[in-house]
Design a protein. Structure first.
Length: 462
């Protein structure tokens, strides 16, 4: 999958899934955070309360005075922790601090504390958040009256560290799961789309005029209707192309007779007309009629080649024989122009799979070009090897400049204006080669002189 990825199915799926997962993920984070904070607070509060009651146990009244009896070990236990600052205070009914921290966050103002009641509240001490348990210890039955207030507090370092850890313990597996799911989807979609890329490869490997249906084996069910439509389209297209080439063939066929008639009539008239100008004009008419005849003949050929696409049956042929026959056929015409056609066979036998008539036509077009545009020597070579057979038609003429060599294959594309020709010869050559799975190329000859037209056939099956 490459290039225009903006609409990639894979990306869309992943984006959609992640955008759904993200709010869910944030919600889960919140739930995890608040619930773990709740439970951790509950646990820590319990130990805070325990310490408060333990401290209250140490309070006694002597001669109406509130006192505390704290052994050193108990004092240390009340004051020391690795992470948090612990502090406490005991206040007598007259609000005098008997023991502990002076700077204690006050009880929440809106909540009074009744005798015997325990209250837990949040506060700030030295700019830090703290949690405090307060117990109003009733002093009835002693020599004092009222309540002593016992407060035990601690900072929140350990609580929040634990809440964070508990949150992460929930959220991280969730995150890993989400990412794994996204990766699995990406991979799965990629695998799922493999048939699509295979189809794409199959389509892009096609030759321009291959309109046969795309093979459907291995196509997933979801793509089936889509491919069926493409195949229907291809079928309609190939029917249209066929109809068109049939029309061209019919038209060419219909034109043949009248054109031949014009030519014959013009030649006949030339014999009976005296006037020089009229003779000249008639000669031009005859010439034009011949050129038109050639064109029509090539059009007909092209249409036949196109039509052969569906009915073609390739036979195992000895290439040397085919080539020698055509070269011999053209020899007299060449000799008349003072051109010699040489024939070279590079190996004993060279088999190709082909249609003899079409291959003769192909070679005839190449020899015709060499005769028309080439120089004084034409060499036709057959070169057989295990990689397939190559035909070469070489001449010592002016050749074709490299940048024009691709263009001359296009229908009606001609370089030399003067000499008669329709510009269809190389088009026919290429189409016939294509029908045989062969490749045509034009190159400069030895030393950069002349033109070498090569046709390379694939190896013939036994
Ligand atoms: N052997 C050659 N040497 C030089 N030019 C050539 C040769 N063969 C073909 N060409 C050029 O390629 C053009 C296209 O050839 P072709 O398709 O056979 O059409 P046509 O022969 O009817 O003009 C020709 O017009 C000619 O200019
Ligand atoms: Mg030609």
């Amino acid at each position: 999958m490459n290039g225009g990825n903006q609409k990639s199915l894979r990306r869309q799926l992943i984006a959609r899934m992640l955008s759904m997962m993200l709010p869910l993920f944030i919600l889960l984070w919140g739930i995890a955070y608040f619930s773990s904070q709740y439970f951790i607070n509950a646990a820590f509060d319990r130990s805070l309360v325990r310490r408060t009651y333990a401290l209250a146990d140490r309070v006694e009244v002597l001669h109406g005075q509130v006192q505390v009896d704290l052994p050193v070990a108990a004092r240390e236990m009340l004051a020391f922790d690795h992470d948090d600052l612990l502090f406490h205070r005991i206040t007598d009914p007259q609000a005098r601090v008997i023991e502990g921290e002076l700077n204690m966050p006050p009880l929440p103002r809106n909540k009074g504390i009744r005798s015997g009641q325990l209250l837990i509240y949040n506060g700030i001490k030295d700019g830090e958040k703290v949690r405090v348990a307060a117990f109003a210890l009733p002093l009835q039955g002693t020599s004092a009256s009222g309540t002593a207030l016992i407060q035990v507090g601690e900072t929140l370092t350990r609580r929040s560290a634990m809440a964070d850890r508990a949150t992460l313990a929930i959220v991280i597996p969730m995150l890993i799961m989400t990412l794994t799911a996204a990766a699995a989807i990406a991979y799965g979609v990629g695998r799922g789309l493999e048939p699509v890329s295979r189809l794409r490869d199959r389509l892009s490997a096609r030759q321009a005029f291959d309109l046969s249906p795309v093979p459907l084996e291995g196509t997933p069910a979801e793509l089936r209707p889509f491919m069926d439509e493409i195949n229907l389209l291809l079928q309609r297209l190939s029917e249209a192309v066929e109809a068109q080439s049939r029309f061209v063939a019919d038209a060419a066929h219909q034109l043949r007779t009248p054109i031949a008639g014009i030519r014959t009539q013009a030649e006949a008239a030339m014999a009976s007309v005296r006037h020089e100008d009229a003779q000249h004009a008639l000669a031009r008419i005859a010439q034009s009629a011949q050129a038109m005849g050639d064109l029509v003949q090539k059009l007909l050929m092209l249409a036949r080649v196109d039509a052969a696409e569906n009915t073609l049956r390739l036979n195992r042929l000895e290439a040397g024989e085919v080539v020698r026959a055509v070269a011999r056929e053209w020899a007299p015409q060449a000799l008349a122009k003072g051109v010699e056609i040489g024939f070279e066979m590079k190996r004993g036998e060279a088999w190709v799979m082909g249609d003899a008539q079409l291959l003769r036509e192909l070679l005839a077009n190449l020899i015709d070009n060499a005769l028309r545009y080439g120089g004084t020597r034409i060499t036709v070579t057959v070169n057989g090897s295990e990689h397939g057979v190559t035909w070469r038609v070489a001449d010592n003429g002016p050749g074709i400049p490299e940048h024009l060599r691709a263009a001359v294959f296009a229908p009606f594309h001609r370089l030399s204006g003067g000499v008669d020709g329709a510009g269809l010869g190389l088009t026919i050559v290429q189409r016939i080669a294509h029908l045989h799975g062969a490749k045509v190329s034009l190159d400069a000859g030895e030393g950069g002189n002349g033109l070498v037209a090569s046709v390379k056939f694939p190896p013939a099956s036994a």
